[in-house]
Design a protein around this ligand. Structure first.
Ligand code: AYL
Length: 543
């Protein structure tokens, strides 16, 4: 009988028109009216750039890249930087030089960095003196490596280390290459629904589209800056993540907001920035919102300038917004929740600022030009009606081009009809508000950060005396989830302790990936006949 019927939900906000522009052209396309207003300021040091200055530095930087390094358009560069205002310049200079950029977490260990930069075939790393040693160690493992750019540090020509000045020396005779909107702009790493992190190829057009999808005035209430009023955005969410990169850095620059950055989160620095910069907008993940609510040193006065909060990247507990309003003693602040993935640039849904209170807990409605289906977890057929949960499938112009060098994973994620299988379990109500209820994919989310169970399992298997291992996420009130390992010992290794496994893993990964929910030894890991780990059985064991 051919195909069973599908129930396709369409955005209530129509379609977007996407200009034929690269990301850089788009981001500054409206800024001529506010060139002298501040665009980016480091909340700690006070280093600041206007819109005019940052736009100009990106162009100079692009020419300098091509003049002073051996890089050619299409080459990949890796950013190993904390959140500093220069992040913007580094990314957009590279993009305008036709380079493809991958971002690394500055907390990554050398093996983690090596894996990502080898996968992305990075030829140049941009970093700061504090991370130079790690960058140099990694660079020695990279084929066709060209140079390291050491922002804020000195040049060492014999080691192919360039200083920032070689990125800022104007080379006006260098012609910038033509970059097409369909070209890949960035490679961000995500484990998707299964396996180890993979390079997500996002084009200029994917990223531009997702910003335009968010500028619908029915969804978000904002106005262009004037000499009297400009939104001030405080953010600590990392620019190496798609949320920080596209939704904060690019989107907020596009609408003319002033971004205040913090290189390394501490509650004290965050509080000082609230006091000194009086932000009108905060970008958060649920664990940061919880911290603002519960931290004894954060007072209602600190938050008195805040009018808009954006939250995304992990499930937000119902009631958290009420707790926040209670803390600040007012409710004239909108809290928008967004849902999406690295693979979707990232936004798929957002709560309209006019959302009625009765919908709280929802992650919002489909963005313009976005389609969705919800399919039953057992038979794969569309649930076909509101209030029935199933896996969310999405289609739209913000969906990635695919996973780098991995057509198999790409075709598993995006089916032949173009639907991206999200691995998230959701339902929609009668008004097509979406609610995330669970996840079928293997991903663990710790404070909004992705942790791949496969990555931790293969690490644990490297440990002497370990025969088998499985990692799952355990619910946690503060972090959302924390990784926990089940381990089978080899005969003769009875003396291995949970702490030894934890320490082994901790020595090899960024802090947030640690086995913070512990290690339990089992006689065997439950697996199906195909050898797949039965994670639900492990979840039942732990609850
Ligand atoms: P990745 N509620 C529940 N789970 C969520 C939510 C949410 N609001 N947002 C993201 N997730 C989970 O690639 C979900 O499992 O991108 C999803 O598949 O690090 C996974 O996180 C994707 O993780 C915005 C602003 C999205 C931020 C984001 C976060 C993108 C996170 C839209 O407007």
């Amino acid at each position: 009988f051919g195909k069973y019927s599908t129930t396709v939900l369409k955005s209530a906000y129509g379609e977007v028109d996407v200009p034929d522009q690269t990301l850089s052209q788009f981001v500054w396309s409206s800024s001529s009216g506010w060139k002298n207003l501040p665009a980016l300021t480091c909340g700690i040091s006070g280093r600041s750039y206007t819109f005019g200055a940052s736009e100009n530095l990106c162009k100079v930087g692009a020419q300098a890249f091509l003049a002073n390094t051996g890089l050619k358009p299409g080459d990949r560069i890796g950013l190993l930087l904390p959140n500093v205002p220069e992040y913007m310049v580094a990314v957009h200079a590279a993009l305008q030089a036709g380079l493809i950029v991958t971002f690394a977490n500055p907390l990554y260990t050398v093996p983690e960095l090596t894996r990502q930069f080898q996968s992305a075939k990075v030829r140049c790393i941009i970093t700061i003196p504090q991370l130079l040693e790690a960058a140099q160690t990694v660079s020695k493992t990279l084929a066709n490596y060209d140079c390291t750019i050491n922002i804020g540090g000195s040049a060492e020509p014999e080691q192919r280390i360039l200083g920032l000045e070689s990125l800022l020396s104007p080379s006006e005779n260098v012609k910038l290459p033509e970059v097409r909107p369909s070209d890949i702009a960035v490679l961000l790493y995500s484990s998707g629904t299964t396996g180890i992190p993979k390079g997500v190829m996002l084009t200029h057009r994917n990223l531009v589209t997702n910003i335009i999808q968010l500028t619908d005035r029915a969804l978000i209430d904002y106005s262009d800056p004037t000499d009297e009023f400009q939104e001030t955005v405080l953010t600590v969410l990392p620019f190496f993540h798609i949320y920080g990169f596209n939704t904060i850095l690019n989107y907020m620059t596009y609408i003319g907001a002033h971004l205040v950055t913090i290189p390394k989160f501490t509650p004290q620095d965050y509080i000082a920035c609230l006091e000194n910069h009086k932000p009108t907008v905060l970008f958060v993940v649920p664990s940061l919102l919880l911290l603002l609510i519960t931290h004894p040193e954060v007072t209602p006065q600190h938050l008195s300038s805040v009018k808009k909060i954006f939250c995304g990247a992990a499930p937000m507990k119902k009631g958290l917004i009420d707790q926040f309003f209670k803390k600040i003693g007012r409710n004239d602040c909108t809290v928008s929740q967004g849902y999406g993935m690295t693979e979707t640039s990232p936004s798929v849904t957002i709560t309209p600022y006019t959302m009625p209170y009765s919908k709280s807990g929802s992650c919002g409605k489909l963005l313009p030009s976005t389609l969705a289906r919800v399919i039953d977890l057992t038979d794969g057929k569309d649930v076909g009606m509101p209030n029935k949960s199933g896996e969310l499938l999405v289609k739209g112009p913000q969906i990635m081009k695919g996973y780098l060098d991995n057509p198999k994973a790409t075709s598993e994620a995006i089916d032949i009809d173009g639907w991206l299988h999200t691995g998230d379990v959701v339902y929609y109500d009668e008004d097509e508000y979406f609610y995330v209820v669970d996840r079928t994919k293997e991903l663990i989310k710790v404070k909004g950060n992705q942790v791949s169970p496969t990555e931790l399992e293969s690490l644990i298997l490297e440990m002497q005396g370990v025969a088998d291992a499985a990692v799952i996420g355990i619910p946690d009130n503060v972090a959302g989830e924390l990784p926990k390992a089940y381990v089978v010992k080899k005969p003769g290794f009875d003396s291995v302790t949970p702490e030894q496994v934890q320490e082994f893993v901790a020595s090899k990964v960024a802090t947030y990936k640690k086995l913070a929910a512990g290690v339990t030894f089992l006689d065997a890991i439950p697996r199906n006949s195909a050898g797949k780990i039965l994670r639900n059985e492990l979840k039942n064991l732990s609850s």
